[in-house]
Design a protein around this ligand. Structure first.
Ligand SMILES: [Zn+2]
Ligand SMILES: [Zn+2]
Length: 385
């Protein structure tokens, strides 16, 4: 990343947000774009991959309040460019560095050198901010598992693609076996002083694009920018009882830190495929059991499947359709050893067609029960109108 790149790049436009966007808006927009442009979702699409890199880079700066402030400041300072001199008439020898020095004091830095050091990740610059340890970015990804896997727990392989320091050149951008050399134009500072009339300007060195280094033989893998897309496979243990939409945090499995900083975290969002028979309410499993009218009216014993066997329950005579029976501890076992229940909803199943014998039997039943009106309350309300 060179100074000029940084100033000329519009990270806000890259993320599709305005320059006064809140941290939340930036995060939301980044997540949406990262999902759309992720190499896994666009295999072989170089354009999407380039955009993915650009968006990641923009988010890397704008998501860090200190860096965002530096970026905003640098853009403001450099945006004027040739416009500066007009503003300061008069005496010779005015060095714009004084102005930058003052402007940078607010950030706690010691002037432009520090400001740029922090901004441009200049190597070998010696200033503290360039080598300050930085925590790696958090990474979020999705995984889809089956219902039974969610209940029992599962081990799933996870493929992750993310921009990372190029493994071929170790991030230096130089072909392995070669070394970048110090830029002769700026003596490695990444800045040159230019005189314009009475004024002296410091600006990013054009020869090294502000990096202070010249790469003679660029790395064939990353083309010299030191960043490449890394694919790694992780084995993730999904704990038993995980619910659809739940996020699992894997500490230290995110992006590696810089300059010895700790790695970020990996967040895995779990999507659970529905089961053909079982449903779920928290740690309880649910199940609907179709029943005949006579089973509910006369009572019966009912055997239903559980996730790992079966359970037999007594259905008392005169049980209403829609009643829920509870089989204790046949639900989802949590990590602390406690279990939910299996909730069985009894639902009367009406036959589509009847044999003539069955019809006769039912008509006989209807005849002997004609004095019982199950809609007594409804009819009383009808008659009151
Ligand atoms: Zn490389
Ligand atoms: Zn240079």
């Amino acid at each position: 990343m060179s100074a000029r790149d940084w100033i000329e790049k519009d990270f806000y436009r890259e993320l599709g947000v305005s320059s006064d966007a809140s941290a939340d808006e930036i995060k939301k927009s980044y997540r949406k774009l990262a999902r759309e442009l992720h190499p896994d979702a666009n295999p072989g699409d170089a354009k999407a991959e380039a955009r993915f890199k650009a968006v990641s880079e923009a988010y890397g700066v704008l998501s860090d309040p200190a860096k965002r402030k530096q970026y905003d400041e640098a853009r403001r300072l450099f945006a004027g460019g040739g416009g500066f001199p007009g503003g300061f008439g008069g005496g010779g020898g005015f060095d714009v560095n004084d102005l930058f020095g003052r402007a940078a004091q607010g950030t706690g830095g010691g002037g432009l050198g520090d400001l740029l050091g922090g901004l441009f990740n200049r190597r070998g610059g010696g200033a503290g901010s360039a080598t300050r340890p930085r925590r790696g970015e958090d990474v979020e990804t999705d995984v889809r598992i089956d219902f039974t896997e969610a209940v029992k727990g599962a081990t799933v392989p996870l493929r992750l693609s993310s921009p990372a320091a190029c493994s071929t050149c170790g991030g230096s951008g130089a072909k392995p076996g070669t070394m970048p050399h110090v830029c002769a134009t700026c003596s490695g500072s990444g800045l040159v002083t230019r005189s314009q009339g009475a004024f002296a300007f410091s600006e990013p060195c054009r020869d090294c694009r502000g990096t202070g280094r010249i790469i003679d033989d660029p790395c064939p893998e990353c083309g010299g920018d030191g960043v490449s897309t890394r694919t790694r496979t992780l084995t993730v243990r999904i704990p038993s009882g995980v619910d659809d939409g739940q996020r699992i945090r894997l500490a230290g499995q995110g992006e590696p830190g810089r300059n010895g900083g700790p790695s970020g975290d990996l967040f895995v969002r779990v999507h659970v495929n529905p089961h053909s028979i079982f449903g779920r309410k928290g740690n309880d499993l649910t199940l609907t059991a179709p029943m005949t009218f006579s089973e509910l009216a006369l009572g019966t014993t009912l055997t239903v499947p559980t996730l790992d066997g079966k359970v037999t329950l007594k259905v008392p005579a005169g049980t209403a359709s829609g009643r829920v029976l509870r089989a204790r501890d046949k639900g989802i076992t949590k990590r602390d050893g406690t279990s939910g229940d299996l909730l069985i909803t009894l639902e009367v199943a009406v036959p589509n067609n009847l044999s003539s014998e069955a019809r006769k039997a039912l008509e006989a039943y209807a005849d002997v029960t004609k004095d019982h009106d199950p809609r007594g309350d409804l009819n009383a309300l009808l008659e009151g109108r």
